[in-house]
Design a protein around this ligand. Structure first.
Ligand code: GLP
Length: 243
């Protein structure tokens, strides 16, 4: 696992965009695994800029997203499909037909089947990740066991609390989500984790301990051959991580 301590969030975004750019330039028809949440927003902005100003070409790129809330239509402004269009796809020359965000409404079983089949035939070149305050990846919530494939998750109370800021009220936060499983994430050829915000516990568990703990899913990154983790100097200082 490679850990990069950046002086601030802007530097994280620029260096993380370098990683994605290198993958896209080397393999123009690759599949990117993408994430929502506030952590990757700056990187998406930077990739959009590079697409417009520097000719970074997404025309042959495919993508698949980590997760989606259950119960939100793709047109709902807090659905992850809406988020991806709004923060990235509408600003780059990707063909939206080549972008996949799992469906959160309709026949739940059929949606999961489609998501799993899609993942089974997809070779993700790089998977972008953020981390929840409780250490969740995608919506793989902490527990005694974790799932390999895409599945339905009941969101932890702490996740509902953390995500309530995006909704009019806490009651509006969906209670369920579909998510890639830990196996799907770990099978990506490369992992790119951006830790931003107050993620002290998750960051400490990942960076300052040797334990792989299903009660803190982000610790599984230690098992990956090609994982790169970005964090800000201020967070590294807070948890006493020197690199
Ligand atoms: C949500 C998403 C996760 C994301 C997490 C952290 O729960 N399902 O994929 O990593 O939020 O979000 P943020 O980057 O806003 O802290």
């Amino acid at each position: 696992m490679r850990v990069i301590i950046a002086k601030n969030y802007d530097e994280i975004c620029s260096k993380a965009a370098d990683v994605i750019e290198a993958v896209v330039r080397a393999e123009p028809g690759c599949t990117l695994g993408l994430a929502t949440g506030s952590s990757p927003v700056g990187m998406y902005k930077e990739l959009s800029r590079r697409c417009h100003e520097e000719g970074l070409d997404f025309s042959a790129v495919h993508s698949v997203n980590l997760d989606e809330y259950v119960g939100l239509e793709p047109t709902h402004d807090q659905s992850y499909r809406y988020f991806m269009n709004d923060n990235l796809f509408d600003h780059i020359n990707i063909d939206k037909a080549n972008t996949y965000v799992a469906k959160g409404t309709g026949d739940a079983e059929a949606n999961l089947k489609e998501f799993n089949e899609m993942l089974d035939r997809t070779d993700i070149a790089v998977q972008v990740l953020g981390v929840g305050p409780d250490g969740h990846l995608g919506f793989n919530e902490p527990g005694d066991t974790l799932c390999d494939g895409a599945h339905l998750e009941t969101l932890d109370e702490s996740t509902i609390d953390a995500n309530a800021r995006f909704f009019a009220s806490r009651d509006d936060v969906p209670r369920y989500a579909v998510t890639m499983g830990m196996g799907n994430i770990m099978r990506a050829r490369k992992l790119l984790l951006i830790i931003s915000g107050s993620k002290k516990d998750a960051a400490s568990a990942l960076l300052k301990s040797d334990r792989i703990d299903p009660h803190c899913p982000v610790t599984f990154l230690r098992l990956h051959r090609d994982a790169v983790v970005f964090l800000e100097q201020s967070l590294a200082d807070e948890i006493g991580y020197k690199g």
